[in-house]
Design a protein around this ligand. Sequence first.
Ligand SMILES: Cc1ncc(COP(=O)(O)O)c(C=O)c1O
Length: 368
Amino acid sequence: MYSTWDKLLLQRKESASLRKLSINASETDFLSNDYLGMARNKVFHKKMLETIQSDPTILAGSTGSRLISGQSAEVHETESILEQKHRTESALLFASGYAANLTLFSCLPQRQDTIIVDEYIHRSVHDGCVMSKAIKWKFRHNNLEDLEAKLKRARGLCFVAVESLYSMEGDFAPLTEIAKLTDKYGASLIVDEAHAFGVFGYGLVHQLGLQNSVFATLITYGKAMGSHGAALLCSKLIKTYLINFGSPFIYSTALPDLIWRQIRMGYEFLDNHPALASNLRHNIRLFRTQQVPTISGTDSPIQSLIVPDNKQLLNLKNSLSEKGLQTYAVFSPTVKLGTERLRICLHTFNQKNDILLLTQSIKSSLDL
Ligand SMILES: Cc1ncc(COP(=O)(O)O)c(C=O)c1O
């Protein structure tokens, strides 16, 4: 019986793509999603510590699902604040972005409906679709003609899922054009802002003023916010529906109040410290001037360099690590075979010297 799994693991080993858990070394961080350095921000930590000291009960576990004993005044208040900040009718908080996407896609589309997803959409959306009875189609990445062709053929209610900033490509969805298309065909647009939130204010839907054209927006707090959890921004009706029919929301213990408070305080901190995002933009510009041929957007904190040879990719990642530079090698099946890549995350706290060491090391290692 074990031989099936053994064989699959052996295949991964042979293709140099075996995944392993490793403790974060104290290398220079070009790896994490902590784009604004909030997870390491000592001033923010101090504020959190003061909050805990003034009311240690905030550390308590939530004791149950939000429908049983886990619904606190804290989570309720945080949702109200999110509604005001994002100018949305309703906000529903979740334990993670993964849980939020599972909830949304598993229970909203019905058997007769169609879900159309960008081919590079996050795995949590695909997993949610597997739990749904609706049909799922992929459209070619950021390709408006392909999306339109699929919209024309959709049956039942149609949902379109995109990321505003793609996590593995570091490129942007043409959100305004996609919103025009979904409007034209009466489809419901769902935008995952996991990587855009915080880096681009409250996200690109908010910045572009697209709230009225978007059916639901996912914000996550484990990346630029340096915390945990996620929010779905949607209508009151959809919030009520998810609370009633969304299994991953219903059958799971709520996060502790500390996290909801951290999210609220995180918004306030980001509002008061615009330099965090502007320093990040500065670092992105510096990286881009070094002309490493990534596939990513000019303004993106995620810069991905395609290195389709797994061994070469692993060597590159290891050689950077030997210089104290932590990056991420992304293999198939996380990305399509032949598009394996080095994923570089830029941060507000990265130093000029480290960015230059990184870009020069990559170029010399790959003979660019
Ligand atoms: C695009 C995207 N959506 C959703 C998620 C899931 O969010 P979380 O880490 O909060 O579960 C991630 C995390 O990797 C992501 O990159």
